[in-house]
Design a protein around this ligand. Structure first.
Ligand code: HEC
Ligand code: HEC
Length: 401
């Protein structure tokens, strides 16, 4: 009976084989999916398994930003603004991430006793460099509940990337990334590529799916974890009500809101999300390489088990120039360095009406390419020099990924 139930769950989830070719523990994956979709509530609550949210938080579930394991649904609303609920607003200074009072991220939500940090409006503003792209993202923070931001603090919007195939990205050996990095551009192709602190996130900050998941639990949901046991998430001492509010550390196993078995299940689910499937197109692929895109968006890397992972990324940081620069450095990444965005699943995003680039400023794939500068300036120039026919073919290829 038990075996039968497991089998039904596997079929229902469409998940049988986890990244790396190992068979995922199906019950872990099923439990992990339930945790990913769970709408958390503040402590104390009668539902002990679902409490611990916040006090300050950006959403109440992983699925709020990554529905079905995908990324932000960042289509423009009817008034032209973007729904702020699926973007996060990060804070930082020249010294790195964080504001002394507001912490790493603006938390748009608070529990009953704790005021949300601010309301966020995300507008599309005319671009200061129209040759790069027509619009940029304008962030407005109102009703800042804990006083003004520090004078040195700058803000950056970040879109939630799709998580599909992430378990495969985790399987690419670190030595492969080290071999591709060319920080001094010794081969003289104008493209350097540097190792980030890790490989996940827009700045390649987190090294593993586990650390990335713990960072999301703490920073986005305000849930404590085995390696990040503070109960107050992204709260700071400048936010006294948040530090002293009731929390779930006392009532749970291991003295944290998300004990290790729950974390393991959540990671198993995320790592087992199936990779996007691309359609084969030899001509499109040749055009992609000829235009210089493949220098960073490496079509496939091999997993430790020798399986090709067609994610179209080198997982390295590249300087894409001042047009795309954010407000502050993070880890080894300067403001203008970003991890090469994986392009698998791009077509799914196009069909959903998503926007592109780290802060969703680009409405189309064409706009996303035009924003490339810095190390990608010559690829951009080659793209702009394609015949209309070739450009159409390249875009069709990208939309088939
Ligand atoms: C408020 C929206 C939001 C919520 C809620 C959220 N995320 Fe994310 N997620 C993001 C954003 C934004 C990024 C990119 C972060 C960055 O680069 O700074 C991200 C990145 C990630 C990544 C790395 C993806 C990549 O391509 O490298 C993983 C994995 C992830 N999130 C998992 C989770 C899990 C698991 C949860 C629930 C515990 C969660 N996220 C909750 C917005 C969210
Ligand atoms: C020097 C390295 C480099 C080269 C060359 C390069 N890219 Fe990129 N690409 C990046 C990085 C880094 C990002 C993420 C930038 C950001 O979000 O701000 C990116 C983002 C993108 C995105 C947006 C993906 C998303 O999910 O938002 C698309 C589309 C894209 N590149 C296509 C191309 C094409 C097509 C070419 C060739 C004409 C190309 N790139 C050349 C590094 C490069």
């Amino acid at each position: 009976m038990r075996r039968r139930l497991t089998l039904v769950l596997v079929l229902a989830l469409g998940i049988g084989v986890a990244a790396g070719g190992a068979v995922a523990e199906p019950l872990d994956v099923a439990v992990g999916k339930a945790l990913f979709d769970r709408v958390w509530v503040p402590s104390p609550a009668s539902t002990r398994g679902s409490d611990g949210l916040g006090p300050l938080h950006s959403a109440r579930s992983c699925a709020a930003c990554h529905a079905g394991g995908g990324g932000s649904k960042t289509a423009a609303q009817s008034d032209g603004s973007l729904d702020p609920s699926e973007l996060v607003v990060r804070l930082g200074t020249d010294a790195g991430p964080g504001d002394p009072v507001y912490g790493l991220q603006i938390q748009r939500m608070g529990t009953a006793q704790v005021a949300p940090e601010a309301t966020v409006t995300v507008d599309l503003a005319p671009s200061p460099s129209p040759d790069l792209g027509p619009t940029i993202i304008g962030i407005r923070l109102d009703a800042l509940a804990y006083g003004p931001l520090d004078a040195r603090t700058r803000i950056e919007a970040r879109r939630a990337p799709s998580l599909r195939g992430i378990g495969w990205l985790a399987q690419i050996p670190q030595a492969t990334l080290e071999a591709m990095a060319d920080p001094e551009d010794r081969n003289g192709d104008g493209v350097s590529g540097r190792l980030g602190n890790g490989r996940f996130g827009w700045k390649a900050m987190e090294p593993t799916v586990v650390t990335q998941t713990e960072a999301a639990l703490v920073t986005d949901l305000g849930l404590s974890t085995p390696h990040r046991p503070s109960h107050a998430g992204d709260c700071t001492r400048g936010e006294a009500a948040c530090m002293t509010a009731p929390h779930g550390n006392d009532g749970h196993a291991e003295g944290v809101e998300i004990p290790s078995d729950a974390l393991r299940a959540l990671v198993a689910y995320v790592a087992a999300l199936p990779a996007p499937r691309s359609s084969a197109d030899a001509d499109g692929s040749a055009l992609f390489a000829k235009t210089g895109c493949a220098a960073c968006h490496v079509p496939a890397l091999n997993s430790a088990g020798g399986r090709p992972v067609p994610a179209f990324t080198d997982l390295l940081l590249h300087d894409l120039g001042p047009g795309l620069a954010g407000g502050f450095p993070e880890g080894t990444a300067s403001p203008s360095e970003w991890r090469t965005a994986p392009l698998w699943g791009l077509g799914v995003g196009v069909r959903r009406g998503d926007r592109f680039l780290h802060d969703a400023r680009a409405a189309t794939v064409d706009e996303a390419i035009r924003w490339h500068g810095g190390e990608a300036a010559s690829a951009r120039a080659r793209y702009l020099a394609l015949t209309p026919n070739e450009a159409t073919r390249l875009l069709a290829y990208l939309e088939g990924l």
